[in-house]
Design a binder for this molecule. Structure first.
Ligand code: KG4
Ligand code: ZN
Length: 344
């Protein structure tokens, strides 16, 4: 696959092909990350500086602290990414950075670093939508090509997306309230697990009985989701123990069963309706053991199933570089501004 991009100063056309190296920076939330990816699929370096330890204390991400931490970390992750890949700025064909959605003060740090590198080396700059980047994590080390149906489950979003081509995708369903990751984190907090609760809840769930408690599935549009009722039901369940010791593992397993079976049913329905034969799981919650298991079971029905390797599920810059390589709907403009929410 080839595409051409204009460089910034000389206006020369740069061809981006299988051998091209793209360096990307990601800083939309609480990870400062830099990566160099060859031909969109081969990761030469993937450096992530996580702030989880810092935010744990507050039970969530504090935007001002996060932005300051990004400033501290950004040059370090860039140097490390060059070092691990064994290349220099002159070897890079284009520089990419996350434009949004995310925390504005955080996005600004990574985006300005990526723009500065592009200007310094007179190479194209490619701005990337964070959600497209999560989808692109599935291109790494695979042969995936559109068309496919994607289930994007992250801390901020829950969507079913019909990816027809590299330039044409449609959101066919989404959550009307909480995102899956948000529901995990809120329920985890409710039962006393530290931030970010999602992975910890998942771990406990694996040792519990998924059918111990029946939790409600929301009735919404055919591809849409709602998790706020489930959250309230979990709260009611916790309160019903009236201060007595909670059967934590069973509560976690029952919550996980409810979420994962809802996701499974909706994505299966989307596959049947679209006729697409490939399904892709994406976003931080793609790391969840039961959701992965259920989505992978779709291969028994003849579908080809993709999910990112664990290290590419949560925020990283390799997926940003891969999105810059494959997707056409990018922000190839040095003047592009960051944005906090999904743009229509
Ligand atoms: O994709 P991501 O980095 O966030 C956004 O881009 O919004 O994903 C972070 C989310 C958090 O809500 C975290 O709790 C959740 O992914 N998460 C999990 C697991 N690993 C991460 N949720 C459930 N089970 C997991 N194993
Ligand atoms: Zn993310």
């Amino acid at each position: 696959m080839n595409k051409t991009k204009n460089t910034l100063f000389s206006g020369k056309r740069v061809i981006i092909d299988n051998n091209s190296l793209i360096m990307a920076i990601e800083s939309s939330c609480d990870e400062t990350a830099c990566a160099i990816v060859k031909g969109g699929r081969e990761v030469l370096s993937n450096v992530v500086a996580s702030q989880i330890k810092i935010h744990e204390e507050y039970g969530g991400v504090i935007p001002e602290i996060a932005a300051r931490e990004h400033l501290e970390a950004v040059n370090v992750v860039i140097d490390e990414a060059f070092k691990q890949a064994g290349v220099t700025g002159g070897d890079i064909s284009a520089f990419a950075g996350t434009v949004g959605p995310g925390l504005v003060g955080c996005l600004l740090v990574g985006l300005n670093a990526a723009k500065t590198l592009a200007l310094a080396f007179d190479k194209p700059f490619i701005g990337i939508n964070h959600l497209n980047a999560h989808l692109a994590a599935n291109f790494i080390d695979t042969d995936l090509e559109p068309p496919f149906v994607a289930l994007l489950v992250s801390g901020g979003h829950t969507q079913i997306i019909k990816v027809n081509t590299y330039s044409d995708m449609q959101i066919i369903g989404e959550t009307i309230d909480d995102a899956v990751g948000e529901a995990y984190d809120k329920v985890a907090r409710l039962i006393g697990l530290p931030y970010p609760g999602g992975p910890k809840l998942d771990k406990l769930a694996q040792e519990g009985n998924p059918f111990a408690f029946k939790l409600p599935e929301a009735k919404v549009g055919e591809y849409d989701f709602s998790f706020s009722g489930l959250k309230t039901a979990a709260l009611r369940l916790v309160k019903s123990f009236d201060g007595k010791e909670l059967p934590l593992k069973d509560i976690c397993a029952s919550f996980q069963e409810c979420v994962s079976s809802t996701l499974y049913k909706k994505i299966k329905h989307a596959l049947e309706e679209t006729g697409y034969k490939q399904v892709v799981l994406a976003g931080g919650v793609a790391a969840n053991s039961e959701i992965r298991k259920k989505i992978f079971s779709l291969s028994d029905l003849g579908y080809k199933v993709y999910a990112p390797q664990m290290k590419y599920c949560t925020d990283n810059a390799s997926m940003v570089a891969s999105a810059a390589y494959f997707f056409e709907n990018t922000f190839d403009n040095i003047d592009v501004e960051v944005f906090s929410r999904v743009k229509a």
